[in-house]
Design a protein around this ligand. Structure first.
Ligand code: TXA
Ligand code: MG
Length: 340
């Protein structure tokens, strides 16, 4: 299959919408990361997403829609759903609701009784949903196990020959995937932290729990609330160690000095205090680190280094989403210098 990249214009959107309606895949930009989309009502089309990504067959997909009322065709309402939709949609929040019927293709939810929905804010994503006239099932447009793509070039690296069309809408604004919130229980639970923070959600719902798997490895045999949590994620080819806390700069330097073929993955502010091979990621705040994290991990891979020492963040607010991705990339290899 030939993969074409087209700038996101009117004509390209029309072609993309035709492809979706015809049961093909299209990679498209959202505000979080690029998605690999298919008609969520067409089971054959959805199955081809799993094949293109080498995705495990038990890891369900997010359904992308434009207006929150559309979910009532497919799912049952839950407390806080409307208030959260009015406050955070369109935007980087995914909400899980109980399925009401079998209209959404079975492969989307992989046998679960629930469906994850998101209304993206990126204009290109919205136009694609509108013009195709379909809810669009879309995971991140990377090969499973690779960092999520935040540019069309990243998508091409992973998906060349696996998707007919990539819509290029430039770099994604947020840079990490949406916050996933499960609304099916009594208290809303964050299954995957993102740029919409627990505090922001609590302002609407009162209580919100954060699933322990946000920052820790599942115990052997433990059942994953979100199947995606049990897979190794966002893994670059090199080994990754996360170093956080007040003494992180000294610790990063001494680890680097003792290791062959290593690279430091740090903010610009921290880089000014270090000597060695450096890949920059952000300006020192968690939101700018989120924006650059996945492209920085891909650049580290291109360097062919064997060990990445990555600067960690406080695991609160936006920092929670960044640490979730970093710790998974590191397979939970973490040095917190405040705990030494
Ligand atoms: O920002 C995003 O969410 C991006 C863009 C493209 O919208 N999409 C994305 O999709 O990150 P994906 O497939 O890479 O991650 C979806 C996560 C997975 O961890 C999956 O297990 C979980 O959401 N998920 C999907 N449906 C679920 C459900 N019904 N119950 C629990 N978890 C679910
Ligand atoms: Mg993904």
């Amino acid at each position: 299959m030939i993969t074409r990249i087209r700038p996101l214009d009117d004509d390209a959107l029309d072609e993309a919408a035709r492809l979706i309606r015809g049961g093909s895949l299209v990679a498209f930009p959202t505000e979080t990361v690029y998605g690999l989309g298919a008609d969520a009502l067409n089971d054959e089309a959805v199955k081809s997403i799993f094949a293109a990504k080498n995705r495990a067959a038990d890891n369900p997909l997010i359904v992308h829609i434009c207006r929150y009322e559309q979910t009532f065709i497919y799912a049952t309402e839950r407390p806080f759903y409307r208030e959260l939709a009015l406050r955070f949609w369109p935007g980087p929040l995914t909400m899980i609701l109980p399925a009401a019927n079998a209209l959404i293709a079975p492969s989307v939810r992989c046998g679960l009784a629930t469906i994850a929905f998101r209304s993206p804010s990126a204009a290109g994503a919205r136009a694609l949903i509108e013009r195709s006239g379909r809810p669009i099932a879309a995971p991140s447009a990377n090969l499973s196990g690779r960092p999520s793509p935040t540019t069309a070039a990243h998508v091409y690296e992973d998906m060349n020959g696996r998707v007919p069309l990539i819509l290029d809408g430039g770099p994604c604004a947020v840079g990490i995937e949406s916050t996933v919130l499960d609304l099916t229980g009594e208290i809303p639970v964050i299954l995957r932290p993102g740029i919409v923070t627990a505090e922001q959600l609590r302002a609407v719902t009162g209580e919100v729990r954060i699933h322990p798997a946000a920052l820790a490895q599942l115990a052997a045999g433990e059942k994953a609330a979100s199947p995606g949590m049990k897979y190794k994620h966002y893994a670059p080819r090199a080994r990754v160690t996360v170093v956080s806390g007040r003494r992180r700069v000294e610790t990063l330097q001494s680890l680097y000095d003792q290791t062959a073929n290593a690279v430091l993955l740090v903010s610009a502010a921290t880089a000014a205090r270090l000597r060695g091979k450096i890949e920059l990621c952000g300006n020192g705040d968690a939101a700018s680190a989120a924006h650059e994290l996945f492209s920085a991990l891909r650049r580290c891979d291109e360097l062919g280094c064997e060990q990445i020492f990555a600067e960690g963040y406080d695991a609160s607010d936006e920092g929670l989403g960044v640490m979730n991705r970093l710790l998974r990339a590191a397979a939970f290899d973490h040095i917190d210098t405040d705990q030494l």
